[in-house]
Write a protein that binds this ligand. Structure first.
Ligand code: 5AD
Ligand code: SF4
Length: 475
């Protein structure tokens, strides 16, 4: 009788910091490690391998990573478990060998462009652990493997998606940035702009849809600068790519894209908002400031007027378009009048939500060494004022939805049994009473009330056809 071997089930814990691109990268890393026998766990204490997928965009990012490493170290000392520890993402790219110097137990440091090499690095780390285990009394140092290159080969050529996908899935189409805003680390940590070829994107979209995705968010640090190579050798912009996905993938009920730059909102992309019904009428368009002086110092390559013109043209194309944005307060040299211009732009544009941050000097970026850094107390006061205004606008926007019937895509289980969470076209979360069999379906929901972080709705009509693809979404 033969002996059958099951691959040893090992547990992988990934902690993801920062943006949606990191969420996408974490999912790909999990898939790369599945063939090595690693299955995801939500419990760091139970893991055989831990990956911290880090973010470097604002302050204290590195410190947070080192304190998390300290917590993991203490946990391991208590449990006596042998754990492979990897630091990935933008802090890994920025700090490199410094991480191994300060936290010698770390086995692997790898940047955002090299994580396709993770299986090989994990195998080497495992061998190093086995060799140490054979020498009692050996110091508990990690394998010290460092890979923060910007390699010639594209990691995307080695990536796969899992057999099952979330209802709302991310798809990275573009990475890196050539804009060099003076406050931003992205061009240094993620590298130069790169667009994935059209065929690769379409194949991934198809695989995601086959796995159950009904909404796709096309991701890129500068996603509307997408210029991918098409099968006929020509170059496609983002709008052309969106039209292709909308035409060829009927299971994709909703398409979104993020994050955009105002300078790259070209005519075709604006027209796509008019013409592609599955392109959702909600756009995240960071503007950072309403003051031309500050925008110039930020090297944003647009003024407040260009932003206003782009918004007017978008709303002309799609009158129900809803906007969100990113803002930085307290950029070096920002005066009270500059800040007032930001508040004016927020009111005038009517953002339905936005993210706002205090300026944080990032080592190696031009703005970090500018004179006239704004005092912390002033930054605090401006952030509070901006957030008050944004919160008020968000509440008003949500309140205006109450009583309306809107299409809601049911995305995941809610906290309570018998409840699902979905989203409106404007990305508002809605809790609806519905069974799990309704996951992935588009329903019409009447919005009944405002919760603290979401809306409460009730299903008005359930699609009569079996497949959610057959539902006609009421515009
Ligand atoms: N300080 C504060 N906020 C920043 N962002 C990027 N760099 C910084 C920084 N140095 C913000 C911008 C960007 C968002 C992702 O993070 O608003 O759009
Ligand atoms: Fe950073 Fe500016 Fe590039 Fe956005 S456009 S990633 S803010 S450098």
């Amino acid at each position: 009788m033969g002996v059958s071997f099951r691959p040893l089930a090992k547990k992988l814990f990934i902690k993801t910091y920062g943006c949606q691109m990191n969420v996408y990268d974490s999912a790909r890393m999990a898939e790369l490690l599945a063939p090595l026998g690693y299955a995801a766990t939500e419990d760091a204490g139970d893991a055989d391998m831990v990956i911290l997928n880090t973010c470097h965009i604002r302050e204290k990012a590195s410190e947070k990573v080192f304190s998390e490493l300290g917590r993991l170290r203490a946990g391991r000392r208590e449990s006596g478990r042998d754990v492979i520890v990897a630091v990935a993402g933008c802090v890994a790219q920025a700090e490199g060998a410094e991480i191994i110097r300060r936290a010698p137990e770390v086995d692997i440091v790898l940047g955002p462009q090299t994580y396709h090499r993770l299986p090989e690095l994990v195998a080497r780390a495992a061998r190093a652990h086995a060799a140490k285990a054979a020498q009692p009394g050996a110091a508990r140092r990690g394998a010290g493997l460092l890979d923060t290159e910007f390699p010639a080969e594209s990691k995307f050529d080695s990536l796969t998606v899992a057999e099952t996908s979330p209802v709302s899935a991310f798809l990275a189409v573009q990475e890196g940035c050539d804009k060099f805003c003076t406050f931003c680390v992205v061009p240094y940590t993620r590298g130069a702009e790169f667009s994935r070829p059209v065929a690769q994107v379409v194949a991934e979209a198809r695989a995601l849809a086959a796995g159950g995705a009904r909404e796709i968010t096309l991701l890129g640090q500068n996603v509307n600068a997408y210029h991918g190579e098409a099968p006929d050798g020509s170059t496609w912009g983002l709008a052309r790519l969106i039209r292709e996905l909308a035409d060829r993938e009927p299971d994709l009920l909703r398409i979104r894209y993020t994050t955009s730059h105002p300078r790259d909102m070209d005519d075709d992309l604006i027209a796509a908002h008019r013409e592609v019904p599955t392109l959702m009428p909600f756009l995240h368009l960071p503007v950072q400031s309403g003051s031309d002086r500050v925008l110039e110092a930020m090297n944003r390559q647009h003024g407040a007027d260009l932003f206003r013109r782009v918004v007017a043209r978008l709303r002309d194309a799609r009158s129900d378009l809803v906007l969100s944005s990113d803002f930085i307060v307290g950029f070096p040299g920002e005066t009270a009048a500059d800040f007032a211009a930001t508040l004016d732009l927020v009111r005038e544009t009517g953002f339905a939500m936005a993210y706002s941050f205090k300026y944080s000097p990032r080592p190696g970026t031009p703005a970090a060494v500018l004179p006239a850094q704004v005092p912390e107390a002033e930054k605090d006061a401006r952030l509070a004022a901006l957030q008050d205004l944004l919160n008020m606008q968000q509440r008003d926007f949500n309140r205006a939805t109450v009583g309306k019937v809107v299409p809601v895509l049911l995305e995941k289980p809610g906290r309570r049994e018998g409840q699902l969470v979905g989203r409106t076209p404007y990305a508002q979360a809605v809790h609806v009473e519905a069974g799990e069999s309704m996951l992935g379906r588009m329903v019409e929901a009447r919005i009944e009330d405002l919760g603290r972080f979401s809306l409460k709705g009730s299903m008005e009509s359930i699609p009569f056809a079996a497949a959610p693809t057959a539902l006609e979404v009421r515009a």
